[in-house]
Design a protein around this ligand. Structure first.
Ligand SMILES: CC(C)(COP(=O)(O)OP(=O)(O)OC[C@H]1O[C@@H](n2cnc3c(N)ncnc32)[C@H](O)[C@@H]1OP(=O)(O)O)[C@@H](O)C(=O)NCCC(=O)NCCS
Length: 408
């Protein structure tokens, strides 16, 4: 109750004839969770109790995705078996490859959504789980099957993204390489050669930093879809649709486009100033619904981006441009008053761009990581499922007289 009172006084509520509406569900709690936690004021993030800084420094995506999905860090044997399972799930159904061929010219996020749905239509495990849902509830006996499907989705998304890239460029498809890590195998399937260790480390770090983030729009979407007892592939396809928007995952693509368009750090002041004008373009990669401090993931990836350009150069001045924008943002009263800081999308695209990954693929790589968070949340929610069904405050007329078409 205190929480609601606090929300009502935060200025993010709309007063309506039916009472208060919490606009954009800001700060509304939808469930109890033990997956990830954010301290927005202090700029802190934990996965299952572990600080993101420690996981970024000491762990990797395989271990972190296991942690998020299964609730604890794996033993050495469990990790080996998990890696083995992921490697065995990487291949796609021929029908999915056909869809990717047909969508070779489309934005990768459209292709990802479609391919996930098609893969789900052909996964016998998914169909079996759907069958069990016919009784109208999540059957405990099928829990193991649901976790297996989650691992399959984690394994398959990189293949979908890499295959779409290769088909879009008329390149032959590269089979997954079982002995490579999740990140290195993705780059291998994408570019067709075993990646440099620093590139694989960059993708692994990015995947680790994006694996879960409490309940943003895409994770909420996953809950809504899964709460109807829809299948896990459809749930992920819907979450991908939510992630695609420029206010969410699409921001990393937009941020790099902006840096490229600017061309030089000297334009930073002008660009930042434009974003402060009423109706001006928002600065992509800046601001966050929960963080009112520097996003800890952005700080970690900034360090990596610095290391990367120090080794491979910054010919398009992208790091220099981002740093100039960052300085303007941090010192500008508009951003200070609103507590707007660079978020995770601010730095990540720079590294991908220099690896040679086209910017339209950035958000799909975000999805490759977040898929584990979406599914861990869904599996958590199914333990105590209740269909989402909010209400609207209707303010239109009632009982209008129907006028036949020829009398209008
Ligand atoms: C992330 C985001 C959607 C959060 O939105 P939100 O919690 O609804 O915050 P609001 O849109 O209410 O923003 C509060 C104020 O800051 C301003 N603001 C927020 N982000 C801004 C940005 N990136 N550039 C300029 N102004 C921004 C808003 O215009 C608003 O100003 P006002 O109070 O004068 O109306 C928003 O910060 C944004 O659009 N950022 C850019 C996209 C992005 O990087 N997304 C990735 C998020 S990880």
């Amino acid at each position: 109750m205190d929480h609601l009172v606090q929300i009502k006084t935060s200025g993010k509520v709309l007063q309506t004839p039916c009472g208060y509406i919490i606009h954009g569900l800001e700060d509304v709690l939808i469930k109890v969770t033990s997956i990830s936690d954010i301290d927005g004021e202090r700029g802190l993030l934990w996965y299952r109790g572990y600080r993101i800084e420690d996981l970024a420094r000491f762990s990797n995506y395989e271990e972190v995705s296991y942690l998020i999905l299964h609730g604890r860090l794996p033993t050495r044997d469990e990790l080996e078996m998990y890696k083995h399972r992921l490697a065995s799930f990487r291949t796609l159904h021929p029908a999915t490859v056909e869809v990717l061929k047909n969508l070779a010219a489309a934005h990768p996020m459209f292709a990802l959504q479609a391919a996930i749905a098609v893969e789900g239509a052909h996964d016998v495990d998914n169909l079996r789980l759907m069958e069990s849902f016919k009784v109208g509830r999540y059957v405990e006996a099928e829990r193991e099957l649901a976790f297996k499907i989650a691992e399959k989705l984690v394994a398959k998304l990189p293949t979908i993204v890499a295959y779409h890239y290769r088909l879009s460029r008329g390149l032959s498809l590269v089979e997954p390489k079982p002995d490579l890590s999740h990140a290195a195998n993705f780059l291998y399937m994408f570019f067709g050669s075993v990646p440099q260790p620093l590139a694989a480390r960059g993708v692994d770090l990015y995947l680790t930093l994006h694996a879960d983030h409490e309940i943003p729009a895409s994770t909420f979407t996953a809950h809504v879809v899964a709460s109807t007892l829809s299948d896990m592939y459809s749930t992920v396809a819907a979450a991908v649709a939510a992630l695609k928007g420029s206010l969410h995952g699409g921001a990393n693509e937009m941020a790099v486009r902006n840096y490229l368009e600017m061309g030089s750090p000297s334009r930073a002041r002008e660009v930042v100033e434009a974003a402060t004008k009423p109706g001006g373009p928002k600065l992509m990669g800046v601001g966050h619904r929960v963080y009112k401090a520097y996003d800890p993931r952005a700080l970690i990836f900034k360090e990596f981006a610095r290391e990367y350009v120090a080794k491979f150069g910054d010919p398009k001045h992208l790091y220099a441009i981002a740093e100039a924008i960052e300085q303007e943002v941090l010192s500008h009263p508009y951003f200070q008053q609103r507590k707007l800081y660079p978020n995770v999308d601010f730095w990540s695209g720079i590294v991908f761009y220099y690896m040679g990954i086209p910017y339209e693929y950035f958000t799909s790589i975000f999805a490759m990581s977040r898929v584990v968070g979406w599914l861990a949340h869904v599996l958590e929610y199914w333990e105590n499922n209740r269909i989402f069904r909010p209400r609207g405050c209707y303010i239109g007329p009632h009982d209008l007289r129907y006028v036949p078409l020829d009398q209008r």
